[in-house]
Ligand binder design. Structure first.
Ligand code: AMP
Length: 286
């Protein structure tokens, strides 16, 4: 496995692969890898000839007062896990390589960023869209693998790639969970033992929402209230939002139908956790 730190080296590598007729797979990450990340690498390994992963804690997507300085990092371990997952090339630039000058050009995606994470973290998605656009420009034509765990991010990146005609196919991969349902996340290390024990409440809330839909409920407000009630039962959890929305647009429909996404975010102590679940509702019969 190669480890490259410069844009020029990575671009040369992916250009050469495409020139040789190879398919490039790309997995962008902020490192501190876990099975969620390696599942994306596994998917890229299955589909592609050259698998590239990036490890870069992107300052642009952290707001003032967020955990940029404290964000967990362990590059040697990340490199070992990447190699074990069959990655061919890790791109691990420093901030100076990615942003040598103040960033004057940013990418902002409207509408789909307006609610949920975008409402709680107003500069977050412009930071994500800007770094992902930049990484796509460096890697070039590829399949890029993202986790459903960050569903709104998938929607933002897909829409950006489509709107800007970027030569990238965005592939969304299923959320990897702990045995008790907690979605794996680099930020789970922030949880105290008590908070860790409380954290699966998000997944339980999503399951309650999905059960309500399976039971025939089609009113988003009723499904949302059912999810919120589950979170309210956990004293350590403070709900930010519980929503049932159209999967692609994140719009609240009058009636739930088709591809629906259940979204939940809550603080469990100081750490803020998010999770989501997809439900497909067939159209009502005649
Ligand atoms: P991050 O390092 O947190 O920026 O995540 C990098 C990529 O891994 C993103 O596409 C995430 O959605 C994805 N990811 C993070 N956690 C999980 C998980 N539990 N299951 C699947 N994908 C994940």
């Amino acid at each position: 496995m190669d480890v490259v730190a410069t844009i020029a080296e990575l671009r040369a590598r992916t250009d050469a692969a495409r020139a040789a007729g190879q398919r490039v797979g790309f997995v962008p990450t902020m490192g501190f890898l876990h099975e969620g990340h390696t599942s994306l690498m596994d998917a890229a390994r299955r589909d592609c000839d050259l698998v590239v992963a990036s490890i870069f804690v992107n300052p642009l997507q952290f707001g003032a007062g967020e955990d940029l300085a404290a964000y967990p990092r362990d590059l040697p371990r990340d490199l070992a896990l990447s190699e074990a997952a069959g990655v061919d090339c890790v791109f691990a630039p420093d901030v100076e390589e990615m942003y040598p000058r103040p960033v004057l050009t940013t990418v902002s995606v409207a509408d789909v960023t307006a609610r949920f994470e975008g409402a709680s973290r107003p500069t977050h998605f412009a930071g994500v869209a800007t770094v992902v656009a930049k990484l796509f420009a460096i890697v070039g034509g590829c399949r890029a693998y993202f986790g459903e765990k960050d569903w709104q991010q998938v929607c933002v990146v897909r829409r950006m790639a489509a709107d800007l005609s970027l030569p990238v196919e965005v592939v969304a991969c299923p959320t990897q969970r702990e045995d008790d349902g907690l979605a794996r996340s680099s930020r789970n290390v922030y949880l105290s033992p008590e908070q860790r024990a409380a954290a699966p409440v998000l997944h339980r809330a999503l399951r309650r929402g999905a059960d309500a839909i399976d039971g025939g409920e089609r009113d988003p407000a009723v499904v949302e209230a059912a999810m919120a009630a589950v979170v309210a039962e956990e004293p350590l959890a403070l709900l930010d939002y519980a929503a049932a929305v159209e999967a692609d647009t994140l719009v609240s429909p009058a009636v739930l139908v088709g591809d629906v996404r259940l979204l939940v975010a809550a603080r469990v102590g100081a750490p803020r956790l998010l999770d989501n679940l997809g439900v497909t509702i067939p159209p009502a019969g005649p």
